[in-house]
Design a protein around this ligand. Structure first.
Ligand SMILES: [Zn+2]
Length: 604
């Protein structure tokens, strides 16, 4: 998954992953012929619920225990979907039968003998969260983990039929396999069933073929992504696919669906990956933005990395408990790195923009308390509050960048991180299992011609050492240039509050301190510039560009209900920022490696 800082993002499971021949035949199972009917129409929309009827055959009166998942793969937190279940009812041959709960997310149904049993409920769908379910008067999205119960005593290999009941002129979009009848779908096993988020209602949808596969784009509300914005995203998807496919030399889906919801109430952008689809939720200001293309690439790349090539700790998915792994930095961080590569290799962004995005990640990591990637991977389940909760995305992306450079350098650019991914993908997913940490590092070492990465692992993956950019970047013909600029500074730290911008701290000896600004003051204007202006810093710096130190200006504050004008004097401070750029003096090999990073080529 991926979530931007403003809001957030994420990951998935596989069709038939780990499919092992079932040890039992359908006749041995306590329940068989499982069918789910999902009703969402104008009536249930008014109640903001999705109605679910699960039916199945039983051969006797043995109690059947049915459970609901506690989390959606890719969204690594326990969300307890059972808390949204209301109006539970169990029937057999249209007669109510007894039910009770065995656990907070498990219901027990008591059949009266051989026959067909139906368990029904309403799911409260009012959460604008890509791992959950949300309704509007004409639309709903939901995840299978929210509403599809599973019998507790099965290995989840059971197949099922899914039928959607909705208004005649509303549509359905889902990654599920269509059955022969309209609005009827099938799932080969439970993992596939719950990996298919679905849109029901009024929305726009169109499709195109890329590299012999069908790609579909479904967007809500109708008309929100039309004209140039829609053409642009389609063009970006067409450009990002070839460089991503090249990494694995295989496209493991017949059709892929991008499901997008745009809503003013959502602050930022966040998307969750699945094996042949992803669900993204964005503020409308993401329309036409490079960030939308970047998140889209991230989620599609997850179709290989995490939905299929997945840490053994997550294989197979267990929906009833947290599944921590030290390797989430590979699933998320390296996916983030390849999203950046797909954009630059596909010509969606320039090399300069790729360098700038990488530089921003370096800044983000250095501005966060040091944390080991393996520790951050484990901790995501509890979302630490020290600012490190999501750091394995940018930091894991930089680890991928560093490993790519080291593998290319050790192999004289004959091999790259692409070879590592392809090898791990083949030896784990294609063999029907997850990958281990040993397997990962063995593949890295092999790609680098036997070079040991033990010290790298101990310092930068399991350790908290800062990355050695001064040594790494020259191997790829790159460098960090320090830019020192003199900028006007007030020396006041502020925080947004309900009343306005409030002073949280005043630097000793700063212009603000000498003017008499106090902690708790509400800042109104500085040098006539409204502090509420989102461009305040830029406008303030621009208005004093070239002005001599000591230039007078006023700071207007509100203190105890009184408005005060405090005269201040202009002070400057040196600020160092770093720029990641190409080194024009790079040698032939380093320039070849740099070109390899930007284009995917491995020419030695
Ligand atoms: Zn992700």
């Amino acid at each position: 998954m991926v979530t931007t800082r403003i809001a957030g993002a994420l990951s998935l499971a596989l069709i038939g992953a780990g499919a092992i021949t079932p040890a039992s035949t359908p006749e041995d199972e306590a329940v068989s012929s499982i069918r789910y009917e999902v009703t969402f129409d104008a009536g249930t929309a008014r109640e903001r619920v999705i109605h679910v009827d699960m039916s199945f055959d039983v051969t006797n009166d043995d109690v059947v225990a049915l459970s609901l998942p506690r989390w959606t793969p890719g969204s690594y937190s326990l969300d307890e979907f059972a808390q949204n279940v209301v109006n539970v009812r169990a029937t057999q041959n249209e007669v109510d039968i007894r039910w009770d709960k065995a656990d907070f997310d498990t219901w027990r149904v008591y059949p009266t003998g051989r026959g067909r049993v139906t368990m029904s409920f309403d799911y409260g769908a009012d959460q604008l969260d890509n791992g959950n379910a949300w309704t509007q008067p004409d639309f709903a999205f939901f995840n299978g983990t929210n509403i599809f119960l599973y019998p507790e005593d099965t290995d989840l290999s059971f197949d099922s039929e899914i039928v959607f009941r909705t208004e005649a002129d509303w549509r359905v979009a889902t990654g599920l396999t269509a059955g022969g009848v309209a609005r009827t779908y099938t799932a080969a096993d439970y993992h596939e069933l719950v990996d298919m988020p679905t849109f029901v209602g009024r929305f726009d949808v169109d499709s195109m073929q890329i590299g012999g596969r069908w790609y579909r784009l479904a967007t809500y509300p109708e008309g929100v992504m039309a004209g140039r914005d829609r053409t642009l995203l389609w063009d970006q998807i067409q450009r990002m696919m070839p460089p991503m496919q090249e990494v694995f030399d295989a496209v493991p889906w017949d059709h892929y669906t991008t499901l997008l919801v745009f809503d003013e109430s959502f602050g930022g952008g966040s998307a969750l990956e699945h094996s042949n689809s992803h669900l993204g939720i964005y503020h409308p200001n993401f329309l036409g933005s490079p960030t939308l293309a970047s998140i889209t690439a991230h989620e599609i790349f997850h179709g290989w990395n995490v939905k299929r090539m997945r840490p053994a700790d997550l294989w197979p998915y267990d929906y009833d408990q947290a599944m921590p792994t030290e390797l989430l930095w590979i699933s998320e961080g390296i996916t983030d790195y390849y999203a950046d590569l797909a954009l630059v290799r596909g010509g969606i962004v320039s090399p300069e923009s790729f360098y700038e995005d990488t530089q921003l990640k370096i800044d983000q990591v250095s501005g966060t308390p040091p944390v080991a990637l393996e520790d951050a991977s484990l901790s995501t389940w509890i979302a630490p509050r020290d600012g490190t909760a999501m750091i394995y995305y940018p930091k894991g992306s930089l680890a991928g960048f560093a490993l790519d450079i080291l593998v290319r350098d050790a192999s004289n650019n004959a091999r790259s991180l692409d070879d590592v991914l392809q090898s791990v993908y083949r030896d784990s997913y294609v063999g029907g299992r997850g990958f281990t940490e040993d397997q990962w590092w063995r593949a890295v070492s092999e790609a680098a011609g036997g070079f040991s990465f033990e010290a790298f692992h101990d310092a930068y993956i399991d350790g908290r050492e800062p990355y050695p950019w001064a040594e790494l970047l020259p191997l790829a013909g790159l460098r960090l240039r320090a830019d020192v600029t003199r900028v006007p500074r007030i020396g006041v730290t502020s925080q947004g509050s309900a009343e306005g911008v409030r002073v949280a701290a005043v630097g000793p000896g700063s212009a603000g301190a000498d003017a008499g600004v106090q902690v708790g003051d509400l800042l109104i204007t500085v040098a006539g510039v409204d502090v509420g202006n989102t461009d305040f810093g830029a406008v303030f710096r621009a208005s004093f560009a070239g002005a001599p130190p000591g230039t007078r200006y006023d700071i207007v504050v509100e203190r105890g209900g009184q408005r005060l004008t405090l005269p201040a004097e202009l002070r400057f401070e040196d600020v160092t920022s770093y720029v990641l750029e190409e080194d024009p003096a790079a040698g032939e090999k380093a320039a070849r490696i740099r070109n390899g990073l930007l284009t995917g080529s491995t020419q030695s």
